[in-house]
Design a protein around this ligand. Structure first.
Ligand SMILES: NC(=O)c1ccc[n+]([C@@H]2O[C@H](COP(=O)([O-])OP(=O)(O)OC[C@H]3O[C@@H](n4cnc5c(N)ncnc54)[C@H](OP(=O)(O)O)[C@@H]3O)[C@@H](O)[C@H]2O)c1
Length: 286
């Protein structure tokens, strides 16, 4: 398969790039500097000249508090920029894969969200990603929107987020005997290599489209995730679960935004548990 990858240096982008090569795909990967997703003419011309079987967009504007301050940028990168890509992919019958988030949900359902549940985001990041889902699906019959949750990976994590949750806890544990972590928000922490692997497996099923959930199996609160990180790393640090009532500063976050991968599972695409993903990440970091 010939793949054009946008956002190759992200937690997920790096893994898609690496695993695509390992699988024998022909990959044309671009960093933000090489191909900015907002430069629609350049993106369209790359798609036309490379003529890939699939375009994978691993780029995003997803620092959640920054999205509140810069809604224009959030909408531009997470939604508006996707329209011309979806359009050209549709015209040329190219699969267009783009990623969305559990934050398109308000978290009030109380059980894991399935693909058919209606988005109702409670902050700008989720609103811009829900718009991106709509744009991708409205402009093309070849779009695949993959929602994931709590993504982490790579030695340094996400540049825009200055790391990731795991790296943040490990850094704090160097200097603090105890760390307070939210106990009221539930997610599926997802290891980027597992998400990349499942994405490439999904693409083996030609002629699929629509929304798919791909997150590591099971779910936990951020406090339980932090406890598991400390346990796997064998540290003495104490995690203190606290109830922040879903509020971080002036920002609302969903209480229970865990996902269920019902559609992928039917195609035989299954991800390992979040505990398994975390163990492999800790081993990779050691
Ligand atoms: N991380 C999470 O917790 C999480 C949860 C659910 C869903 N997701 C979704 O999963 C996808 C991948 O996330 P990730 O964690 O791998 O993100 P990431 O590590 O922050 O990577 C995003 C990549 O996009 C690049 N980028 C930013 N703006 C761009 C632009 N205008 N044009 C081209 N490239 C641009 C960034 O470049 P620089 O390196 O130069 O900044 C970075 O390499 C995103 O769609 C995200 O919304 C993430």
């Amino acid at each position: 398969m010939k793949i054009l990858l946008i956002g190759k240096n992200g937690q997920l982008g790096q893994e898609i790039d690496k695993q695509s090569v390992e699988k024998g795909h022909e990959v044309h990967s671009f960093s933000r500097e090489e191909l900015n997703i907002t430069d629609s003419e350049k993106v369209k011309s790359k798609i036309e000249s490379i003529a890939p079987d699939a375009v994978i967009n691993a780029s995003a504007f997803h620092n959640v508090p920054v999205c509140e301050e810069q809604p224009d940028q959030a909408f531009l990168i997470n939604a508006t920029a996707l329209a011309p890509i979806a359009q050209v992919c549709s015209e040329k019958n190219i699969m267009f894969v783009t990623y969305s988030t559990d934050y398109v949900f308000d978290g009030l359902k109380g059980t894991p969200y399935v693909e058919e549940d209606k988005p109702s985001p409670v902050q700008m990041y989720g609103i811009s990603k829900a718009a991106g889902e709509y744009v991708s699906l409205a402009y093309s019959k070849t779009s695949i929107v993959i929602r994931s949750s709590g993504v982490y990976g790579g030695k340094y994590g996400s540049r825009s987020k200055k790391g990731n949750f795991v790296l943040g806890i490990l850094e704090q544990a160097k200097t603090e005997d105890s760390i307070e972590v939210a106990k009221e928000q539930f997610v599926n922490p997802t290891y980027a290599p597992d998400l990349a692997k499942a994405t490439l497996e999904l693409l083996e099923h030609r002629n699929i489209n629509g929304i798919y959930h791909l997150a590591n199996e099971g779910y936990c609160s951020w406090a339980e995730f932090a406890q598991e990180i400390i346990k796997d790393k064998g540290l003495p640090t104490k995690i203190i679960p606290v109830d922040r009532k879903g509020i971080a500063g002036s920002l609302s976050r969903p209480f229970f935004s865990a996902l269920r991968n019902t559609k992928a599972e039917k195609l035989g695409v299954k991800l390992p548990t979040w505990q398994d993903g975390l163990r492999r990440y800790i081993a990779y970091l050691n």
